[in-house]
Design a protein around this ligand. Sequence first.
Ligand code: KPL
Length: 321
Amino acid sequence: MSNKSTHIAILGAGAIGQLIFHQLAPAKQIPYFFVRGESRDEQVLSFCALSGKKSQTIARLVNLTEDKKQCSERSGEDSVYSLAVQTRLLIVCVKAYQVKAALKNLLPQLPTSCHILLLHNGMGPHLEIAPMLSGRGLSLGTTSQGALRTESWSVKQTGEGVTQIGSLSGPSMTPDLKQLLISAIPNIEWCEPILPFLWQKLAINAAINPLTAIENCSNGALAAEKYRQQICDIVEEIVDVALATGVHLDKISLTKRVFNVIGLTRANFSSMHQDVVNQRRTEIDNINGYVVERAKEYGLTAEVNETLLKQVQQLESGYLT
Ligand code: KPL
């Protein structure tokens, strides 16, 4: 495989971005990161080093060697630009609410042959970035691999999980890139069409995440009888909205799956619970918020999801400025 054929970049060096880096690293080409610079404040996240304006040179490109202790950073437009133009696959691992802003300045620097893979919780960014793609192929994915960033450049795998990826629009990922991901990422599944799989994951997160944040409880606490009807209603609304968008989900098996995940992860605190406890922005807009938006678009209501959306937004308004 030539050097040119394996240029892979990862956008976002959070826990999942770094985990994927280490999974891809044994392949011939070490992937590289595009990360935000300057401000660590998620609210002012910006990747504009590649905008061509020298005054805005704030993104950094990080070359992390296989030994995670050694991390060489290169900043400046020249080195960032020269790698950007060779990128064949960009794996986007930032939070859903950061995707559009993160890609806005980076995309014009990538070749139109560069394939984009979005890997985040929740749904929605694929609709926002569709007009920005200029014919580039887009794949979507979801991963339930567990990872915890222990320091800036150190990550610990906390759980095995499935990674599901599939093509959404434009040219498909080339077979060599696909093969590289299949051989590097454990338990990876190619799922086409991908949208039903993303809706199923969305239903799991929509049922578990906001309830655990609002009730300040572990995932397992949701097995109590008092939450059963509410969880069934959340799933039912999602099945109806997904159907309106053209995606058929099986209500009974999906509800069973949600309760199964509650049981399997009973000792865990959901990511949204942790976001609220740590006073971070949550992914509610891309989880229950996405359901509510799609419901409105198709003339439906999703009252149970909307109530949860408002309750979590209320929690966030207590600490986000
Ligand atoms: O994905 C999760 C999350 O916390 O975001 C679940 C499946 C709910 C596990 O905690």
